[in-house]
Design a binder for this molecule. Sequence first.
Ligand code: NAD
Length: 366
Amino acid sequence: MHLFDEIAKKSHEQLVFCHDEVSGLRAIIAIHDTTLGPALGGTRMYPYKSDEDAIIDVLRLSRGMTYKSAAAGLNLGGGKAVIIGDPKKHKSEQLFRAYGRFVQSLAGRYITAEDVGTTVRDMEWVRHETDFVTGISRALGGSGDPSPMTALGVFEGMKAAAAFQRGNESLEGMRVSVQGVGAVGRHLVDMLVGDGAHVVVCDVDADNLAAVTDKHREVQVVDIDAIYDADVDIYAPCALGATLNPQTIGRLKASIVAGSANNQLAEDERDGAALAERGIVYAPDYVINAGGLINVANELEGYNRDRASQQVAGIYDIIRDILTIAKDEGKLPHEAADALALRRIAGIARIKSHYIGMPTSRRAGA
Ligand code: NAD
């Protein structure tokens, strides 16, 4: 691998390798773009087979965060970190504190949070060594579990997609399938039932299913694979990635896809086009599931739940704008989302080029 070629390919700014002999820390921090502000993105812990795999993953994930923050209207850039190791075997206080010191050494260019393989507790160790960590527990004044906010964003984005498609945002009487009733899916079901929607769910975990059906007797359960054939208006993937693919798209009866899962399209171009050909409105995943990110970003200004909820509810307008751009400019929705993010970055880069003298205070991202 030619490292600088790899970094330059998608215009990353910085790649930081962190090593601590005593704790065994091997971490890589990638900063993709800081035009809008400090690069925010979680720390993933995973037993990568090679350093190269870890580098490719952290470069890909950090770039995704640039687009996600930009589309969500946040004053944040894109970054991500990976710790090479098995989260079940290699965690220790020393490891996370050593990592925290490296994060601190970047002086705020990168702000971290939990991600796959790391927990709020790990981030509390990180926090002993750095100011630049978010997603802390509510007990310590943080925003706590982001899932309810992610669900709220999905719910709002779903209503925007319904309004776009049928001129009416109400989900009352609509049939919605929710694939996966874990942390996000179960909150989404609460909101859908509360709004008068007919809900169909599936999950591989019987306990998670029971938690939902005990609470809402009217919710219908279908087999894992039958979810793609369910007679519904809206399909909400809230479990796995790549569920929109040539094997599933033709089976969908839904005319809207709006869910929290990451990387819903197995292949962006092919599957995005296949949905459009069938007249299915797709709410781009990284936009509609940004509620958790907006929530943790709120911690940076002193967490306030009402303000965070209001900002998350703004996902309604963003999804509406993206679907409108897609229609007006003949783009697929995921292309329109990227275009919206890039336009915002270019616009802010332009205004930041104005010389503003010698200000006494500087806003975030200055
Ligand atoms: P989770 O692990 O709590 O829930 C996922 C649920 O899906 C579990 O109940 C699991 O049993 C179920 N599941 C797994 N395989 C399945 C299958 N084949 N069919 C049906 N159900 C299956 O995760 P979560 O936090 O609720 O996140 C759900 C999705 O949303 C993930 O893709 C995640 O990356 C994404 N996401 C979550 C957040 C958040 O705030 N939690 C934010 C952004 C994106």
